[in-house]
Design a protein around this ligand. Structure first.
Ligand code: ADP
Ligand code: MG
Length: 260
């Protein structure tokens, strides 16, 4: 609904497009397919995916193992390219970009969270979160410090900034990974089974954090196996054998957003 989208955009703290473009989706996939080829096998990992994600949305993607969820997230996160169809990010047709341009767009627009946290064990919590900014030209040391401290504060991990990943629980490591994904203030947070390696208590804490970030304006696309967690999103899409088969919009949550 247009009212809802414009309201979400106002809530968003990420850089929004200039006025009057609130109906333009942040992400748009049209007829997207992905064929993965090995020497002997050809797998249709995705077929004819049509999907829009708007700024301020919390979308979940579910479906059985091997159905193509991670492949979809990799394409949206510019880690992989479709073999057919069109993928636009902020109205930019991504197939025309070269590798450097893709990397640049990924580093400013996308934050990625993985099931296995993917923190670097030799770096402290602070240094892990600082890492995405270290590739930025011309950023001042003070600015880096402020951004890293803000990101750690948002996930409640400031008190562990000198610790190393091996000294933290799984739930704490995932919070640090979320801070690392947020530090560059991306337009979109992508999460691939973010609670998959956590016990239910830590999983719940990470879900509460994602829900809180969404209520503060972060746009999220999350892959999950768990129907309880899919229910926490505004909209759930289901994939089966590489195809979108079902879409479920939670108007109740959308209404809450309008009120907020
Ligand atoms: P999901 O995340 O839903 O479990 P994936 O997106 O990882 O599914 O995989 C989709 C399909 O693509 C699966 O059949 C998987 O075996 C296949 N696949 C994934 N990665 C590769 C690869 N690198 N080479 C060949 N096939 C792959
Ligand atoms: Mg997967």
């Amino acid at each position: 609904m247009p009212t809802n989208q414009s309201n979400n955009s106002e809530l968003s703290n990420s850089s929004s497009s200039p006025g009057g473009q609130h109906n333009e989706p942040l992400i748009s996939l049209r007829g997207v397919g992905k064929i993965l080829r090995t020497e002997e096998l050809e797998t249709h990992a995705l077929s004819n995916i049509n999907l829009d994600i708007h700024q301020g949305e919390f979308l979940s993607v579910s479906g059985p193992s091997g159905c193509g969820k991670s492949t979809l997230l990799s394409i949206i996160g510019l880690l992989d390219e479709p073999t057919s169809g069109q993928f636009k990010l902020k109205n930019i047709t991504t197939e025309k970009l070269n590798m450097d341009q893709r990397a640049q767009l990924r580093s400013t627009e996308i934050g990625f969270i993985f099931q296995s946290f993917n923190l670097i064990g030799d770096l402290s919590v602070y240094e892990n979160v600082e890492l995405p900014l270290s590739y930025r030209d011309g950023i001042k040391k003070d600015e880096v410090k402020t951004k890293v401290e803000n990101a750690l504060d948002r996930v409640g991990m400031t008190h562990r900034k000198r610790h190393y990943p091996g000294q933290l629980s799984g739930g704490q490591q995932q919070r640090v990974a979320i801070a690392r994904a947020l530090v560059s203030e991306p337009s979109l947070l992508l999460a691939d089974e973010p609670t998959g390696n956590l016990d239910s208590k830590n999983g719940e804490a990470v879900m509460n954090l994602l829900t809180e970030l969404h209520s503060q304006g972060t746009t999220i696309c999350m892959v999950t196996h768990d129907p309880r967690y899919a229910d926490r999103s505004d909209r759930n899409v289901r994939i089966f054998d590489g195809r979108l088969v079902d879409e479920n919009i939670r108007t109740e949550s959308a209404d809450k957003l309008i009120v907020a």
